[in-house]
Design a protein around this ligand. Structure first.
Ligand code: SAH
Ligand code: DHB
Ligand code: MG
Length: 223
């Protein structure tokens, strides 16, 4: 891959953040807390968080599903697109991460809207489907990339026409363009892109996201 001008990319990201993402105590406390608890710093950027929030808000959602909670940073952004009686279910495999997220959402005073379900996301999705859960208006996929195609299929079972389906990390520095990516996460993201591109129930695009690496956000609307 060609090198990208990291310094310029960082300055532009900062420029956008300074203009459009005012300092926010709940969000910065969330990042500090996740850091002191030793969580990996793999959450969406502030600018991506704002983008997720705006995209979700377009849908006027009352029910949001997130797959991959980590410390609840993107959860906090998405929750803000909900009305007071909205609900957000977020799925996380690691109990320790879910505990950090829970503390943060409690401190932000939004924990009553957010249900963190701990366990493998596939199991949680199947449980939601079999328990007859109401469909979601927005679904954000951001857990292990190897399982993205499976998460897509299960998510569609939990969707309705016009559900917005978003997925983070679908470009992976361009690795998804390899014919046969060796890495299972690159492979999963590649298969996800192909699935949403050709799916009879979806209209989709991928938006490149340039940071230190080039990644992308998949955006789909259920027909
Ligand atoms: N959405 C978060 C970042 C999520 S990072 C944010 O932007 O703030 C990906 C998360 O998915 C990690 O917390 C990881 O523990 C979780 N994860 C990975 N595999 C999983 C699985 N099979 N089931 C549920 N969660 C999983
Ligand atoms: C990584 C980044 C992500 O946005 C994510 O959801 C998972 C992992 C990473 O950089 O490893
Ligand atoms: Mg991600």
């Amino acid at each position: 891959m060609e090198p990208i001008n990291e310094q310029l990319v960082e300055r532009i990201d900062r420029y956008i953040e300074d203009l459009f993402v005012p300092p926010d105590a709940a969000l910065s406390k969330n990042l500090e807390d996740a850091d002191s608890a030793g969580l990996p710093a793999i959450q969406v950027s502030a600018n991506q968080g704002k983008l997720l929030y705006l995209l979700a808000k377009l849908v006027s959602p009352t029910r949001i599903l997130e797959i991959g909670t980590l410390g609840g940073y993107s959860t906090t952004w998405l929750e803000r697109a909900l009305p007071a009686d909205g609900i957000l279910i977020t799925l996380e495999r690691e109990q320790a991460y879910a505990d950090v997220a829970r503390r943060n959402l409690e401190r932000a005073g939004v924990d009553s809207k957010v249900d963190i379900q701990v366990g493998s996301a596939s199991d949680s999705l199947l449980r939601l489907i079999h328990s007859g859960a109401q469909p979601f208006d927005v679904i954000f996929i951001d857990a292990d990339k190897a399982s993205y195609p499976e998460y897509l299929n299960l998510s569609l079972e939990l969707s309705h026409p016009r559900t917005l389906v978003l997925a983070d990390n679908v470009i992976r520095n361009g690795n998804v363009m390899d014919d046969h990516p060796a890495d299972i996460h690159d492979h999963g993201a590649k298969r996800y892109n192909e699935a949403i591109a050709h799916h009879s129930r979806l209209e989709s695009i991928v938006l490149p996201i340039v940071r230190k690496r080039i990644d992308g956000l998949a955006i789909s609307i259920v027909r």
